[in-house]
Design a protein around this ligand. Sequence first.
Ligand code: ATP
Ligand code: MG
Length: 376
Amino acid sequence: MSEVILPPAMIGIIGGGQLGRMMAIAARQMGYRIGVLEPGPNGPLAQIADLEINAAYDDEHALRQLLDASAVTTYEFENISAETVADLAAHGNLPQGPRPVAITQHRLLEKNAINEAGFETAPYANVPTADSLDSAVAQIGYPAILKTVTGGYDGKGQRVLSAAEDLLQARELVSDSPCILEGFVPFDKEISVIVTRSVTGEIQTFEPVENVHKNGILHLSMVPAVISAEVVAKAEAVARGLMEKLDFIGTLAIEMFVVGDDIVINELAPRPHNSGHLTIDAHNVSQFEQHIRAISGLPLVAPQRIAPSVMVNLLGQHVDYALEQWQKPEYGWGKLHLYGKAENKRDRKVGHLTFVNSDADLLSDTITNFLADFPD
Ligand code: ATP
Ligand code: MG
């Protein structure tokens, strides 16, 4: 069994964006020190790190420098080469290893792994080249979604196919990069379950979060999700079962579609996730603290919700409006999180605002009013 890593040991984080920053805030609160490797200087995480290494994500020398300085190292994103992670895991303490990255950075491998583990996804077909598009469409039918197998996020690298006239555009996408074609799932709701598995094998799940997307980007996350107790239990069982079957360590997010009483898995993220940000303010433990506990060998905390909560995502174009509203007493109780990004770029996630209140009517009215003039 691995040794427990206690503060003030250094935790290394590969990737310096907002997810790393929020991991680091949780870790620093407990007294850990933080090292970060990212290409550019002074990013969201580097602003609060003890050690900053600026180097490319494939710079083996620099990565080893981070590992050598850290008692344990993790990553905040999946778009790092699995081979690099495998080398690092052989060299130092990177308990998550390469598999979560290798599987989740490739939509086809991910779908295969989920189905082999015995869980349901949308029907899908491999579309490695434009030539294979017609047979994939014949197999899956319309409507369907063509997605690049690597590199997609926030709905980027996707085309919806409703009829044959959409094939031309779809062919362009697959000519640029290999894709899969997914059958469109007529879902009632989208939920996600944040699940953590520690190096000791202990597993804890947060309650399902209900998610609303706008233009392919997460807009709102809410707890409790308005779904039946049966679906809650199914979703949590799926999350737990998948972690065990896939033998993953760390905090993971599982995006799911609710179809009637059934759960269909959309995709996995091998790290804390945007839909779990509300756990910082709405639960007795956050997805970030749970992740740090998991990789450090500490016991996990059984999550409890403090009160109903809604998180509003803030994209670059929302910040001015949000700051104007947040100064007012009726919104000032919203917990503001800004990530310290250099610029407020359009459609990029730069912060979030979480409202937590045991008065569900007040919560719902506040959100309705807050969103009334929310910019697009
Ligand atoms: P993110 O990084 O924000 O999670 P992504 O780019 O990886 O997004 P997906 O999660 O695959 O993309 O898709 C984005 C959204 O598009 C989903 O949350 C869902 O609303 C819709 N969507 C994706 N695939 C399907 C599907 N097969 N059936 C129905 N809706 C889908
Ligand atoms: Mg998604």
